[in-house]
Design a protein around this ligand. Structure first.
Ligand code: PLP
Length: 218
């Protein structure tokens, strides 16, 4: 099973970067994976997973948690405002806060509930038109807007453009987090998580390297 190998690579990358062992959280991205592969990872004792689609996650994780116990669940995909309530009920962290209307909704839900999942602002570091995320130039203002709503921001998240060297994007995200006083850095996937760890990632999101190729791309 690939999980142990990925965990070993994470530990090696932490050591090589002079970082403490365990300072990077490995989120096992189980979106669109067959249930038997997810169960195999749960059976190895792993308890930190990421999902992209609220409906898919809501369809499997309540049952899986009833069977295996509490899992640390991260929402890493685009979040529609009308699914925000289901998302805050299910997830411990949301990595895709990317617009004022969603921030307002999350702030309202946090007030009602007296707590909030950990929130990460997604930044479109490559300024790709088809990609979600706040533009780099708008980031400081958006973080201030969230704080003005009493919405705590834990950190920043990015998905670098495909086919490009990720490292400059990781460095840019780390710089934006530092200047906004944010400790969390959600960056790095199957192909580039070691570079992300060098650049200071606190959370890496690894899917296919753990579970194998997804049956279909979404
Ligand atoms: C699917 C996905 C991942 C995992 O991608 P892999 O290349 O399979 O590791 C990470 N982050 C986000 C936002 C994703 O949508």
């Amino acid at each position: 099973m690939a999980l142990a190998e990925i965990v070993a690579r994470v530990r090696a990358a932490e050591a090589a970067a002079g970082r403490e062992a365990g300072s990077v959280t490995l989120i096992a991205v189980s979106k669109v994976q067959p249930l038997d592969r997810v169960i195999a990872v749960l059976e190895q004792g792993y308890r930190c997973f990421g999902e992209n689609y609220v409906q898919e996650a809501a369809g499997k994780w309540p049952d899986l948690q009833a069977r295996f116990g509490k899992v640390d669940l991260h929402m890493i995909g685009p979040l529609q405002t009308n699914k925000a309530k289901v998302a805050v009920d299910l997830f411990d962290a949301i990595h895709s806060v990317d617009r004022p209307s969603l921030a307002e909704k999350l702030a309202r839900l946090a007030q009602e509930r007296g707590r909030s999942p950990a929130l990460y602002v997604q930044v479109n570091t490559g300024e790709e038109p088809q990609k979600a995320g706040v533009l780099p130039a708008d980031l400081d203002g958006f973080v201030a807007t969230c704080r003005g709503m009493d919405l705590p921001v834990a950190g920043l998240m990015c998905i670098p453009p495909e086919g490009e060297d990720s490292s400059p994007h990781f460095a840019m995200l780390a710089g934006m987090a530092a200047r906004n006083g944010l400790g969390g850095l959600s960056m790095g996937m199957s192909g580039d998580f070691e570079a992300a760890i060098v650049a200071g990632a606190t959370h890496i999101r690894v899917g296919s390297a753990i579970f194998g190729e997804r049956a279909y791309a979404r």
